[in-house]
Design a protein around this ligand. Structure first.
Ligand code: MRU
Length: 367
């Protein structure tokens, strides 16, 4: 099968078990200026990697947390050790529900077992979860690529223009990405396409990460200021928007990186289809109202300062705002279901409604 990403001519994933028993990751805080890998060896390493966003993106946060819990059990496999490791990891980031889901899976797999077999079982469960993420994203890619092909069929010989926000890409998952999986698969199938990449202030996951990975994969793209998306939509230059999500309610309200809501409003006004690509692990089946999703409030320094590469190759941070100005920095916002054209899941595309989701996931119906 075609793989989403090759580095030095070899297929890569974003998280892996390495020879020495540690967990390999790409340090995403260094991209796009440097490609560096790190090894997580302890519970603390994993918690720090998630909290500082060396790994980020809902599905990858889940996979890293699952491995983090396994690392924690190597330090203390008792019930108390399990509880402590769970608490340490669950506190790292509040919004992406994949964190809670992945930790729950590993806890369920090991809690009834005697301590001496917990470590091996936890690593096996984390491996299984990572493998499933790859298969799920590939399936999302197949369903989403059909949408892109349909649009291509309506404008023969012309490029399909897709807008995305933040990084719901290869880097945000174990492989493929969610929003990017349809793009990679349609591109591999020879559909002429181009991606508008929102820069995604304040952390610039679009400009730094999505642009980096699309560039490596050879996908034509243009980075745009966050405020430009509506303009391009008004001028008929966007055929389709696809974004990811950190938590989606059972009723289809979509929480994603701050600024997603404004793109959905503009898409709605301009008649641009607005799709959300998500594995079912990102659905919070306990919630019916997006306003109940906890929104991460991040450091004001992300707004007041920006880091970039200078001409001589050094990475420098500069201040943007006047001394003393107050800042607010919510990391995510909620797009109400009514603005979402459809949810691209591993089982197919659902309308963003409880009924629509339950048609694909009937096992989630309430008794
Ligand atoms: O703060 P981040 O970089 O972890 O936020 C990432 C996003 O908002 C993604 O769109 C979301 O996690 C989906 S990733 C497939």
């Amino acid at each position: 099968m075609v793989r989403a990403m090759q580095i030095d001519g070899k297929p890569w994933r974003t998280i892996w078990r390495n020879q020495s028993g540690g967990i390999g990751i790409i340090d995403q805080t260094r991209l796009p200026h440097a490609f560096e890998t790190l090894t997580l060896r302890t519970l603390d390493d994993a918690a720090v990697a998630i909290r500082t966003m060396q790994v980020r993106g809902a599905p990858l946060i889940g996979a890293a947390a699952a491995y983090g819990l396994a690392l924690g059990l190597t330090e203390d496999a008792t019930d108390l050790g399990l509880e402590r490791a769970h608490r340490r990891l669950i506190e790292t980031r509040p919004t992406a529900v994949n964190l809670r889901w992945a930790l729950g899976r590993v806890v369920d797999a090991v809690c009834a077992l005697p301590p001496e077999v917990r470590v091996a079982t936890a690593f096996a469960e984390a491996d299984a979860l990572a493998e499933e993420d790859v298969a799920i994203n590939a399936a999302i890619g197949r369903f989403g690529a059909e949408l892109i092909k349909e649009i291509a069929g309506r404008k023969p010989g012309q490029v399909v223009n897709i807008l995305t926000h933040c990084n719901a890409g290869w880097l945000a998952t174990v492989d493929w990405g969610t929003a990017t999986a349809p793009i990679y698969q349609a591109f591999a199938a020879g559909i002429p396409l181009h991606v508008f990449v929102d820069e995604t202030r304040p952390r610039n996951q679009g400009a730094f990460l999505t642009a980096w990975e699309l560039g490596r994969a050879g996908v034509p793209h243009t980075v745009i200021a966050d405020n430009a998306g509506g303009h391009f939509m008004q001028h008929g230059m966007v055929d389709l928007a696809i974004v990811g999500t950190d938590r989606t309610t059972r009723t289809g309200d979509v929480c994603n990186k701050i600024g997603t809501y404004l793109k959905a409003l503009a898409a709605n006004d301009c008649g641009v289809p607005f799709y959300v690509a998500l594995p079912s692990s990102t659905i919070d089946w306990t919630l019916t109202d997006g306003r109940d999703i906890p929104i991460e409030e991040r450091s004001g320094a992300e707004v007041t300062h920006i880091a970039g590469r200078t001409k001589d190759g050094a990475i420098a941070t500069v201040q943007l705002t006047p001394d003393g100005s107050k800042v607010a920095n919510p990391g995510f916002d909620v797009t109400p279901a009514r603005l979402v054209t459809g949810l691209i899941t591993e089982r197919g595309i659902a309308p963003a409604t409880e009924q629509g989701l339950l048609r694909l996931f009937p096992e989630r119906a309430r008794p």
